[in-house]
Design a protein around this ligand. Sequence first.
Ligand code: ADP
Length: 260
Amino acid sequence: MPILEFQHVSKVYHNSTKALDDLSFSVEEGEFLSIIGPSGAGKSTILRCINRLIDATEGKIIYDGADVMQVGKGQLRKIRTKTGMIFQHYNLVDRLSVMENVLHGRLGQKSTFTGMIGHYTEAEKEKAFSILSELGLAEQAYKRCDALSGGQKQRVGIARAIMQEPKLILCDEPIASLDPKASKTIMDHLAQINQTRKITCIVNLHQVDVAMKYSNRILGIAAGKVVFNGTPAELTQEKIHAIYQSNDKDLMLDVQGEVI
Ligand code: ADP
């Protein structure tokens, strides 16, 4: 039973850009799916349609049994609560502590009032600290986020997502701003969460080799269409060329990047 299904989804932005073009795919519960493709292919648009940060123009998105484009406010809130998001630029509140940022992961489960006054239970604080320890950030827990390195900030982003107890984590270019060592740490943590917590992960990636190393399945997107949907073993050089729409050998090297 898929946790997520895109059925003939299209997205046209206000300026008439067609970002998604009759796109269909599904994701099974527990999968680690990478989405690869050139810049502007529509990867980020796909993720943002799932929890309605933007609205798709046509088609159907079924997520955990709900028709995402038809749900009311209450159900949309539920959808957002069970969906963690990890961004290239972390999206943390820099002037707040690491703990406070992680506790923000609970906001979706609280009333507006208790969320606003920043009231968290001892159990929630203990849970936040335990997640931070798991991610190797116990010593950073009470530091301000702006004192951290990029790799540490991204681990805080992951901790905040776990704090939500999500069914699905969407990662939009999570390692694009990080060096190879920090990138490996982040990808290893995502793989670990996927395997031990059984959280489905969808990860937009720039690096084909990283997608091949970590994914159960890879979706190749070009110009808003699915051009590849298969296992890493099925992703041949020819298919990579088709996704990146180039016969240029240099581009091949470029998109493969550094093996981490
Ligand atoms: P990717 O994540 O693969 O780089 P995006 O989903 O960001 O691709 O973008 C797909 C297409 O939609 C691109 O042509 C991009 O310029 C366009 N696009 C993205 N966001 C907007 C927006 N808010 N308004 C108009 N066009 C957009």
